[in-house]
Design a binder for this molecule. Sequence first.
Ligand code: APR
Length: 254
Amino acid sequence: MEQNDNITRLAHDLSRSRKAIALTGAGISVESGIPDFRSAGGLWSRYDPMEYAHIDGFRRDPVKIWNMLREIIQVIEGARPNSAHKALAELERMGILSSVITQNVDGLHQAAGSRRVIEFHGTNRFLVCLSCGFRAETAAFDTQNEVPRCPSCGAVLKPDVVFFGEPIPADAMREAFEEARRADLVLVIGTSAVVFPASDIPSIAKEHSARVVEINLEETSLTGTIADYLIKGPAGQILPQVVSTLKTLRNGES
Ligand code: APR
């Protein structure tokens, strides 16, 4: 019963919101077949992130890191947006959601139709050269059968995603923090909220009087502290129910 009450509560919060934003993590893409990082069986249970997802490790042995990257790219290429991504795109179309700040690099929010997406950890859609700055679409390379090399200088290319030890893209950081300061409602969806500075976004919004609502399978460090309430369950089931409840409210009000 509590979940249904909180779904109705969130629909009311969204209908009253002047500026709602979403912060999403790997959990929103799990129902698209992309494993998250820290749940049981997640990517970091098979690869040590400090060895495989740190920029120093990539510089030291890029070919080894590509053994993991190849697996991630293959999974992402086969993934399609799920009903959670589509629900957020619908909230944007309804004029309710101002932006999605995502930690994900899978491009599924854009594929679902979201237009204002801030890619806080970069994107798998492009490869970059750390030596000469060359940048090109990942699709232009056969990453499943060969380690992609820069056509200009021959260095091993790297996905344009933020590795540990790398800075957040300046534009993404500035835009995301500006959105957080101006939001009056933040949906925190499918993130364990343990990686800084993305994990600061809900706190910044809260400091500016925003309501913070989590949608997650389990509690996180935000639950009962920064978050006003948690709707516990799969985002792919919860968000469509929130949208349909919101539409009913709006029809009732109009
Ligand atoms: N619906 C809602 N939440 C879910 C679902 C689901 N179907 N499946 C999993 N979750 C939740 C998990 O309970 C967990 O809290 O999603 C969260 C995923 O947490 P992580 O695996 O830590 O992913 P994320 O928070 O995005 O990680 C942040 O860490 O490794 C870096 O750069 C990487 O962007 C990533 C960052």
